[in-house]
Design a protein around this ligand. Structure first.
Ligand code: TTP
Length: 711
């Protein structure tokens, strides 16, 4: 085999074994993959000794602004965006500031809002597949991100929120054109709210701001913050000019403080937290308002330690807090009481995960497996569409599928029992996602109902589903050089079709066979789901999250957070059933029907590969070029390049880590020369997973997926 082909194949094998391992190894690597449980307890991260300048930018009444841009005649009028739902005029999800002045709140339904403000304009969220379609808002959010990302390291935190690390930009400004040297300070800068700024009676507000910003005797931290104020004001103006959207911002020395500040003066304003104002800010801040203290941890602080405000934590030593909450969380609490947070702005412009959800409140609660399946199919379709577009546009793939639901029982002896969340390896293709989502649901339902809950004939206990969502997480970039995988996916038909070997059953069995065909992982931390009806948004509320703003944060992110580390794989009989079953069907994957249903075989990928043969070195150079041009697309600024370089580095780490998860038995069945090539990719210090072959008498399917090229 020519060396350039080997190099190409090696790259494919490398990426496919890591990412598409569901089809290649019949889930075997997932069986050996033990993901670590990470609870939702906050963890202290060391704060750098260098002064940082961080901004949190939050769009004002975002969905309303998007709708007003579409219909300019609505500008200036009290307006609200309502969900797709006829009941009582639909629930409000975004309310303009004009409507807020009339007493309209997000918690209201359309009819209530009209009663409070008869002139209110209600705009319905766009609808697709019988549920809210948020694409319009997502792409509007992306427009904003692309502007903000030019200024420094940028982290998209939700559909309408962004963190920026402006340290480099502020330092450059301080070196080249410090505020005190500026003759003209923009009006937008002068409108900034600077916490703790002293102002003598009668002093003009803007003059006081100017004095604060231009103080010659200010310390370096405040000088950098002043530069941040000027930069953010300029960015907000640019966002307004280019997108017609207003936004508010918080500017501080860390993410935590910047986020707290951004909501303090809305709309279209910015708030600054100098070091000197931190204690005062925190002393009056109710613990529950602090990110990560909205849930059980905050409640425990209130009830067990009598802490009402974040500042109250100052009375406890670090050791005392560690005794109560463990070393990490204890230190984190000690730190936040002092406004210390080492959390860094991640250079991430794309969402961490994708989710699609819907609620079924009151009489619309789902009560049969067939209706659940119907809705899961819709949600899975939307999810699949977004995964395909992420793959196509961003060359990213997700590897974990998670099902969340909220439910209640008709005769509930255990009313607080949450419907468990379930995850499994994600298989691309609409039908696969639909099948897996439904299987996850059935597994979760069995657990929720308990051993006697839904025995056939047991009419006493029935269930109702009030919310459903599916999400895809553990998203990673495809390593460069795998362009034909993209081509393969593009050539795939995504038309859903009923699976011949599907595991869908329209009843709940209390035996494991109900989920045959699914490898089920149990989410160790059940996540509460709070949905807005029909918004298509799933609001996950991990324990200890702030139920107010943090729900927003997660929900707006379109993200159902399911980091791998929160999921524990529990190898079950079901998984080996799955392995066996998939092995049986593995050989068929080459036929057209199978192809249309989801995961490609590696053979098909090779068939579609038309690249001009290159030497191994050339291949690598080519990869570099492609990743460079991808970087160039993000931003031309050198800072951005640095950001993306970090992303590239992280990507390599991601894949390096995954290599360790390759099942030895899968590896053994690769052709010897490919094995050699693959080995050369492996980190010398890391070894392959040495778990034994499955021992069920069957051979792994990899050989069938991986015939010689000249076949
Ligand atoms: P938020 O930023 O929480 O609110 P907002 O932008 O509407 O208003 P504010 O000026 O106070 O920040 O949410 C951003 C968008 O997310 C919001 O416009 C609509 C959507 N959203 C929901 O769909 N459901 C919700 O429960 C929340 C909180 C937001």
């Amino acid at each position: 085999m020519p060396s350039h082909w080997r190099a190409i194949i090696t790259q494919y094998a490398f990426s496919l074994i890591c990412s598409l391992s569901v089809s290649l190894s019949d889930y075997s690597d997932f069986r050996t993959q033990q993901l670590q449980f990470r609870g939702d307890m906050p963890v202290a991260r060391p704060e750098t000794s260098d002064v940082r300048v961080i901004a949190h930018v939050d769009m004002d009444c975002f969905y309303v602004q998007v709708e007003q841009r579409k219909q300019p005649e609505l500008r200036g009028l009290p307006t609200a965006v309502v969900q797709y739902n006829e009941w009582q005029g639909g629930g409000l999800i975004a309310v303009s500031y004009e409507a807020r002045k009339c007493g309209v709140k997000r918690s209201m339904r359309g009819d209530e809002a009209k009663a409070a403000c008869p002139e209110i304009q209600l705009v319905q969220v766009p609808v697709a597949r019988g549920k809210a379609d948020l694409n319009l808002y997502r792409s509007a959010g992306s427009e904003v991100v692309s502007i903000l990302a030019q200024s420094g390291k940028c982290e998209r935190a939700s559909i309408d929120e962004v963190y920026l690390d402006l340290t480099d930009a502020a330092e450059s400004m301080l070196a080249d054109a410090p505020p005190e040297s500026l003759e003209l300070i923009d009006e937008e800068v002068l409108k900034s709210h600077i916490l703790g700024m002293s102002r003598k009676d009668g002093d003009d507000f803007k003059e006081s701001v100017r004095d604060w910003i231009c103080r010659k005797d200010a310390d370096r931290r405040d000088k950098l913050l002043s530069c941040g104020i000027i930069i953010v004001a300029e960015l907000r103006k640019q966002v307004l000019k280019e997108t017609e959207f207003t936004c508010s911002a918080g500017i501080a020395h860390n993410k935590m403080l910047a986020k707290l500040a951004s909501g303090m003066n809305k709309p279209a304003q910015q708030t600054v937290v100098p070091y000197s104002a931190v204690q005062e800010l925190l002393s009056s801040l109710p613990v529950k308002k602090m990110k990560q203290l909205g849930g059980k941890l905050g409640t425990s602080l209130q009830t067990d330690l009598g802490v009402d405000t974040v500042g109250d934590l100052l009375q406890f030593s670090e050791t005392k807090l560690q005794e109560h909450y463990g070393i990490n969380t204890g230190t984190w609490l000690w730190n936040i009481a002092r406004g210390i947070s080492g959390e860094e702005v991640q250079g991430r412009l794309l969402p961490k995960s994708h989710g699609s959800g819907k609620t079924f409140p009151g009489p619309r609660a789902l009560k049969s497996l067939s209706t659940v399946q119907h809705w899961l199919n819709q949600l899975s379709e939307e999810l699949s569409e977004r995964l395909s577009s992420d793959l196509e546009l961003n060359k990213r793939i997700a590897s974990t599928l998670t099902l969340h639901a909220s439910a209640f029982k008709s005769r509930d002896s255990d009313s607080h029992k949450k419907f468990p969340s379930k995850s499994c390896p994600l298989r691309y293709g609409v039908t696969k996602i639909q099948e897996d989502a439904f299987n996850l649901f059935q597994a979760a339902l069995r657990e929720y109902m308990g051993p006697f809950g839904s025995k056939p004939g047991n009419k006493q206990e029935t269930w109702r589903i009030t919310g459903l969502s599916v999400s895809a997480s553990k998203i990673v970039d495809i390593p460069s050089g795998t362009s034909s995988i993209m081509r393969y996916f593009q050539s795939q038909s995504t038309a859903p079709s009923r699976s011949a070997d599907g595991c869908v059953q329209d009843h709940v069995e209390m035996t494991p066979s109900a989920t045959e065909g699914c490898s089920v992982q149990r989410s160790t931390e059940a996540q509460a789901i709070i949905h807005e009806e029909d918004t298509g948004v799933t609001y996950t509320l991990p324990n200890f999250e702030n139920p107010d703003k943090d729900i927003d944060l997660v929900s707006k992110e379109d993200v159902v957070s399911c980091p791998s580390s929160e999921v524990t794989v529990i190898p079950t009989q079901l998984e080996s059933n799955r392995s066996t079953q998939t092995k049986r069907t593995g050989r068929k994957i080459n036929n057209q029907n199978e192809k249309n249903r989801g995961m490609p075989s590696i053979v098909d990928i090779f068939k579609n590969y038309n690249a001009t043969p290159l030497s191994k070195q050339e291949t690598q150079e080519d990869s570099t070029v492609s990743s460079t041009s991808r970087r160039a697309n993000f931003s031309s600024s050198s800072h951005s390049n640095k950001v993306n370089q970090e992303v590239e580095e992280r990507r390599e780490t991601d894949w390096g880590y995954k290599i360790d998860e390759i099942d030895q038995s899968v590896f053994d069945e690769l052709p010897a020369e490919i094995q050699r090539e693959l080995r050369s990719f492996l980190h010398p210090n890391k070894r392959l997973n040495t778990s034994k072959s499955k021992g069920d008498g069957s051979t792994s399917s990899i050989a069938h997926y991986f015939p010689p090229l000249n076949r």
